[in-house]
Design a protein around this ligand. Structure first.
Ligand code: M6R
Length: 600
């Protein structure tokens, strides 16, 4: 969602800010802006649309060594130039960007800002007006900022400029992510290290309710009481080339193709010296001590959780519940006596999941985060972390993170099972190796899958995915992929549920994608296909070698039956990709969506 960048230092800030914003585009946004300050005051450029649109209006003749920038994903107020950040206080002295949601903005307007006429519909404008108000009442700028923050309820990452002090950027954060980057003769801020890898790989994490005063040579972190906090920087282990598309037309296609490599990397990262898979013993103890595991996640990560439940229950024999985080927040079920919470999140920043983590910690229960982003909020705040090692995932549609999540969940299940002296019945390292090879075969079958997408998905307005057992969960993921990037209305169903209502939706030519990779239910799912065909559906069966039949459209290589989701999802990812491409959709940045959903 919204992204923030800032630069203060030894050169013109405009290009660093614009490049930084381009690197944050993947998070999802609908308008963007920058503000720069020099001895002549503050200049703001902002525009609805893409960074390319913003670039067109930036006046090259104005230069300034200090600036802040923002990509906005609309929450309060429509996407528009007026609602785009930065926002200014009425007298123009303060200019501010904000990521998050100020829940009590209306109350603050009524209590403190009755006489102010607001320019935008945003919650953000309240913050900058409060800073101006308290300065007018006699507080120093920093004191005014502190007082303003103490009044805010909700989430924020904030950066602001004071027109009278071109050598300082003021920053604060609560719940929304923000990092400070360190350089020689300059310092930067960014919602995500990727935005500032162009100038530094040294970053300092910020904790909630901290304030930071940044000049070109100094970074001072304070708590709300004004006490100074010292914190060492860390080196971002990201390669700038990891975040480039290279020769690929889209990040999504690159990330689909990276999956075999990610599998091999995960094996290597989780393999001990003796060749056995290994996981921090504290995590395995937490698994063994729990009487029930609660998996909490959203979107694709939730779908990974559904498969993960099967891995853990079948291998480690511990009962698992899987919950959508946004529902769990309000509808917490009766918990077992010794629960262990597992948060699955590619970004580690999903606000809905974080809200659950906060409640879980208040209740004193242990929590493990499985994430792709070291140092992310969910990772920092949980007791334990397992990393996906998938490399940055830029496309909004999650692909390699999903298969990485499944692999890590399988490893967690296997290591727990072994430490409970349970027989797993197969060699997971070997099976993951076979999976990596199968993934390669599938990534090389793009032409056939593109053809299937052309045949089934070019003109349709809807599409159904059916499957039984593990295939049902993969179908849910296939439907999510298709709807989010091609805008085809797509739904996943359990094959057996069709007759209980869904079959009423089948019309002449409705595409029904059926997964048939599970031996025990192979005949039943094919029976479901017959039922929909009898009602006019256009069936596309994706089966697995060994279970294939003449009518199948595509056959995936044979892998261990429990691990099929790692492989059967790939044709579905590619189907979604080609359907979106054929329909001229913006594959990497689908409308209305954000990569990192940092508001509840
Ligand atoms: O970063 P997270 O894994 O917590 O994100 C959860 C969902 O927002 C995410 O998986 C979303 O559903 C993807 N766009 C799906 O491709």
């Amino acid at each position: 969602m919204c992204g923030i960048v800032g630069f203060i230092g030894n050169k013109d800030s405009k290009e660093v800010l614009l490049k930084g914003l381009e690197k944050l585009e993947y998070r999802g946004y609908d308008s963007a802006g920058i503000a720069i300050v020099n001895e002549n005051g503050v200049t703001i450029f902002k525009e609805k649309g893409r960074i390319a649109d913003l670039r067109r209006i930036v006046d090259e003749r104005v230069s300034a060594n200090t600036g802040i920038g923002h990509t906005r994903w609309a929450t309060h107020g429509v996407p528009s130039k007026t609602n785009a950040h930065p926002h200014q206080s009425t007298n123009g002295r303060f200019t501010l960007v904000h990521n998050g949601v100020i829940e009590n903005f209306d109350l603050l307007k009524r209590e403190y800002l009755k006489d102010v006429s607001f320019v935008s519909d945003t919650d953000t404008e309240v913050i900058v007006q409060l800073i101006e108000l308290f300065v007018k009442e006699g507080l120093e700028v920093l004191e005014s900022f502190r007082k303003t923050l103490s009044l805010l309820r909700g989430s924020y990452a904030i950066a602001f400029l004071d027109e009278r002090d071109k050598d300082t950027i003021y920053v604060a954060k609560n719940k929304s992510p923000l990092l400070v980057g360190l350089g020689t003769g300059f310092n930067v801020i960014a919602s995500d290290a990727m935005a500032m890898l162009q100038v530094t790989d040294q970053f300092v994490e910020l904790m909630d309710k901290e304030i930071v005063i940044i000049t070109k040579d100094k970074v001072t972190i304070q708590n709300l009481q004004g006490e100074t906090i010292s914190r060492n920087p860390y080196t971002a282990e990201l390669d700038a080339s990891d975040i480039e598309k290279g020769t690929y037309p889209h990040y999504m296609l690159k990330e689909v193709d990276e999956q075999p490599l990610v599998m091999r990397k995960i094996i290597q990262k989780y393999q001990g010296k003796n060749g056995e898979l290994t996981i921090d013993s504290k995590i395995i103890d937490a698994m063994k001590q729990s009487d029930r595991i609660y998996i909490i996640a959203a979107g694709t990560s939730y779908h990974a959780g559904l498969v993960g439940k099967q891995f853990i229950e079948k291998m480690a024999k511990i009962p698992v519940e899987v919950h959508v985080s946004s529902e769990f927040v309000y509808n917490m079920p009766l918990l077992s006596e010794k629960p262990l919470f597992i948060f699955i999140s590619q970004s580690g920043e999903t606000a809905d999941s974080r809200a659950v983590l906060v409640s879980v910690k208040e209740l004193g229960h242990p929590a493990l985060t499985i994430t792709n982003v070291p140092g992310s909020t969910l990772s920092r705040e949980a007791d334990y972390t397992l990393l996906l090692h998938a490399g940055p995932e830029i496309a909004v549609a999650s692909t390699k993170a999903y298969t990485a999540q499944l692999a890590v969940l399988a490893i967690l299940a296997e290591v727990t099972a072994k430490s409970r002296e349970l027989e797993v019945g197969f060699d997971l390292v070997r099976e993951l190796g076979i999976i990596a090879n199968a993934m390669e075969v599938l990534c090389d079958s793009k032409e056939i899958i593109e053809q299937v997408a052309r045949e089934f998905l070019t003109v349709t307005r809807n599409c159904f995915f059916i499957g039984r057992s593990l295939d049902f969960y993969v179908g849910l993921e296939g439907a999510l992929k298709l709807k989010e990037i091609s805008y085809i209305q797509a739904e996943g169903f359990a094959g057996g549920e069709l007759k209980h209502g869904t079959i009423a939706l089948i019309e002449e030519g409705t595409p029904v994608i059926a997964l048939a990779t599970q031996e025990g239910v192979n005949l039943s799912i094919r029976g479901n296909v017959k039922e929909v065909v009898a009602r006019g559906a256009n069936p596309c069966i994706i089966s697995m070698k060994g279970l294939e039949m003449d009518e199948d459209s595509f056959v995936i290589p044979q892998v261990h039956e429990l691990l099929t989701p790692l492989v059967s999802v790939i044709p579905l990812q590619l189907l979604a990709y080609y359907a979106a491409l054929h329909r001229d959709c913006d594959v990497d940045k689908p409308r209305n969506l954000a990569k990192s959903v940092t508001v509840e």
